[in-house]
Design a protein around this ligand. Structure first.
Ligand SMILES: [Zn+2]
Length: 256
């Protein structure tokens, strides 16, 4: 048995029996871990509000090799991101990020840059007054990169021709990008990407920092196209990734 002290983001929190909760944490030191917090729902709850999804916490747990569920001993809030629930778009973006990471992350596979990027994304959403969903799009593109599937929208993935001011481009999912007009005519594609959406994706791709994409305003069609496209790339690389529940829940209430 080993005592582990680590920063973590709470990805999921489920009630268990009368007084406990089972949580999925994304930790800085050990990647995703499942833990049980005992006695956290009674009057003597020592965990406070630190067990809510999206919370950024400092956790202490007892880790036993080969055990699927580790015991959470202490959990202190570092940051609650309490402004996220103030509007639907922020809530949607933040909940989708934690739900997605929960699906994508393998147990105990450490990835510190991904941890940092998750915290930065939630922080940016917490502060966003506009375009919070942009953080989600940028996060998803970065996430694919961390998984080893970096997307490229700047050049044709077949011949390398630069893609500037094109009217449309052919989608090529297996190559992680799009095709120029000439290659689109010669190869099978997975659909068409409009020039305006391609331009947006290029802006997301080159943004060094997650906060650099906040000034881009997407209209309803562009959002739908970007969403759909990133999802198709994700589903190609993440086994068993179905439509996330947040997508269905928020589809009707998000602003155009
Ligand atoms: Zn080409």
């Amino acid at each position: 048995m080993m005592i582990v002290k680590t920063e973590a983001v709470v990805l999921r929190s489920t009630k268990y029996r009368e007084s406990s909760k089972i949580l999925a944490l994304y930790t800085r030191e050990h990647g995703k871990m499942s833990v049980i917090a005992k006695g956290c729902r009674g009057a003597r709850n020592k965990f406070g509000s630190s067990l809510e999804p999206m919370s950024y916490v400092q956790a202490v747990l007892y880790k036993k090799e080969g055990r699927e569920l580790q015991l959470l001993s202490q959990c202190d809030l570092v940051k609650a991101f309490s402004r996220v629930p103030e509007d639907m778009e922020r809530l949607y973006a933040a909940l989708t990020i934690v739900a997605l990471l929960d699906k994508v992350a393998h147990p105990e596979e450490k990835n510190e840059p991904l941890f940092e990027s998750t915290v930065a994304a939630l922080q940016t959403i917490n502060n966003a007054t506009l375009n919070a969903a942009n953080v989600l799009y940028k996060y998803e593109m970065d996430l694919l990169g961390y998984l080893g599937y970096t997307l490229n929208f700047k050049e044709c993935v077949s011949c390398g021709a630069p893609l500037e001011r094109v009217a449309t481009a052919g989608l090529k999912l297996e190559r992680g990008g799009v095709l120029c007009a000439s290659c689109t005519g010669k190869q099978l594609t997975d659909g068409v990407v409009s020039g305006s959406v391609l331009h947006l994706l290029q802006r997301f791709q080159v943004a060094a920092d997650i906060g650099n994409v906040m000034d881009l305003s997407l209209d309803r069609e562009q959002r739908a196209e970007v969403r759909n496209l990133l999802y198709r790339y994700l589903r190609r690389h993440v086994e068993g990734l179905e439509r996330l529940r947040t997508e269905a829940v928020f589809a009707s209430v998000l602003p155009g």
